[in-house]
Ligand binder design. Structure first.
Ligand code: SAM
Length: 425
């Protein structure tokens, strides 16, 4: 028995009912369509230009990751996409119908029932010229493509944790290609089970108020570490926390030398369980800045030791991480997404709202402070957001909202300044 037609975007699908379909993920699919519309346009232009696809030379130029003319020349064949975990095929069908410049999309699933749905839905949507159904274990399929016929785009949208798919995915993607990854195991990533987080992601999560950003950064460091094994590295274009999941969009580049910069993009986090303040300790630092920037060649210089007791409240400190502590987004790319925003996407208002907040986020400042937690610790009423923002600005520091939590602030002010402001309220 097929359940009724499900209409989303330009796709109309049916499912036998046992195959995964989650209407709440429409936002995730809409956002991915917008990202791929913009990415494919510029990626095709890059491929057609004589320049070799190169990642940014230092983190400061990740903002200008694409310096190509507005209008790319279309590649004769367009880009190739693998949706490795496709369920009903809805996402692939939407990509095929709503994004131009696509050569081929493989809609793969390990479940036979799902592949039956995918085949039927492709036919009913008249999209068999672009979307090809495939029945395989996603990891095996990606390993088969790690040397030849790599994909320009790979989309991983699993139940829960994506880590078992990362080793093959980072190898099966073309140089400069785009990897889209969802993780829905928020309990693990947000500190409920730090040991499990270490086994799955190679990082210890923390029960900290800014756990959503920790989650995004744990996922990014995990993808980077998989990429590094094959002399590859990532450049995040957009990293989102929404509803019950995180979703990251990263470019994957090749370059053994650039991989030496990885330690300078990672940090451990010391977190006070009493007042929720945090301190970052980078795993590596860069020698010089500018043209001759190099990762250090010797071990880490002594870092200021972090006391076991918090200097603000004498609470106990816990160590988490390592997390990705480099930028979460390419603001240049976010700007292009905003310019290409289109109301044919059902959730475009929500997308636009989130992207506007992101475009103003302090992209070089990891993590954030939750105001209610700060005021709870001091037993005072939570001050209005605007007042806190102006106090931080008046003290000479930068401050912004974060799309991950409405009542939080990102700031480059040291924790001591934030506490002083809160105490003097
Ligand atoms: N991307 C889909 C969407 O937007 O509607 C939803 C995908 S659903 C969350 C996850 C799918 O992954 C399920 O259909 C499941 O059968 C499939 N799956 C799980 N393990 C797999 C594997 N090793 N290889 C391929 N597919 C797998």
């Amino acid at each position: 028995i097929l359940i009724e037609d499900i209409i989303e975007g330009c796709a109309k699908i049916k499912t036998a009912g046992k195959v995964f379909y989650n209407p709440v993920q429409e936002f995730n699919r809409d956002l991915s369509i917008l990202v791929l519309r913009v990415f494919s346009k510029y990626f095709i232009a890059e491929k057609n230009s004589s320049k070799r696809v190169k990642g940014p030379t230092s983190y400061s130029d990740s903002e200008n990751f694409i310096n190509l003319p507005e209008k790319g020349i279309r590649l004769e064949n367009g880009i190739s996409i693998l949706e490795a975990l496709s369920a009903t095929g809805l996402r692939s069908i939407r990509y095929g119908k709503e994004i131009s410049g696509i050569k081929q999309i493989i809609a793969n699933d390990i479940s036979l029932k799902a592949v039956e749905d995918i085949k039927r839905n492709i036919e009913n949507n008249n999209i068999s010229n672009i979307v090809i159904p495939n029945h395989d274990d996603a990891t095996m399929l990606m390993y088969k493509h790690r040397k030849e016929n790599r994909f320009d785009v790979i989309d991983l949208d699993p139940y829960g944790c994506p880590s078992i798919f990362l080793d093959s995915a980072v190898q099966a993607i073309t140089d400069g290609g785009l990897l889209l990854v969802t993780a829905t195991d928020m309990a693990v990533l947000a500190g409920n089970s730090p040991e499990t987080c270490y086994t799955k992601y190679g990082s210890i999560s923390l029960r900290i108020k800014c756990c959503h950003e920790m989650a995004v950064r744990i996922l990014l460091q995990c993808i980077e570490s998989h990429a590094n094994r094959y002399s590859r590295y990532i450049v995040p274009l957009l990293s989102i926390s929404a509803d019950f999941y995180v979703r990251v969009f990263v470019r994957v580049y090749t370059g053994a030398h650039k991989c030496k910069f990885t330690t300078s993009k990672l940090s451990n986090v010391y977190h006070c369980t009493g007042c929720d303040s945090f301190t970052l300790q980078p795993l590596g630092i860069l020698k010089n800045q500018g043209e001759n920037t190099n990762p250090i060649k010797f071990g880490l210089p002594a870092v200021p030791s972090v006391p076991q007791k918090c200097e603000h409240c004498s609470g106990t400190q816990h160590m988490g991480g390592p997390i990705w502590s480099a930028p979460l987004h390419s603001l240049d790319f976010v700007q292009k997404l905003l310019e290409n925003m289109s109301n044919d996407l059902g959730t475009f208002r929500r997308i636009e709202g989130i992207l506007r907040v992101i475009s103003e986020e302090l992209n070089d400042v990891p993590l954030y402070y939750a105001l209610e937690k700060l005021s709870g610790t001091l037993h005072v009423e939570t001050p209005p957001m605007l007042s806190i923002r102006s106090a931080v600005l008046n003290a000479g520091y930068r401050v912004s909202y974060t799309h991950m939590n409405k009542t939080s602030i990102k700031t480059d002010a040291p924790a001591k300044i934030v506490w002083d402001i809160m105490r003097s309220w």
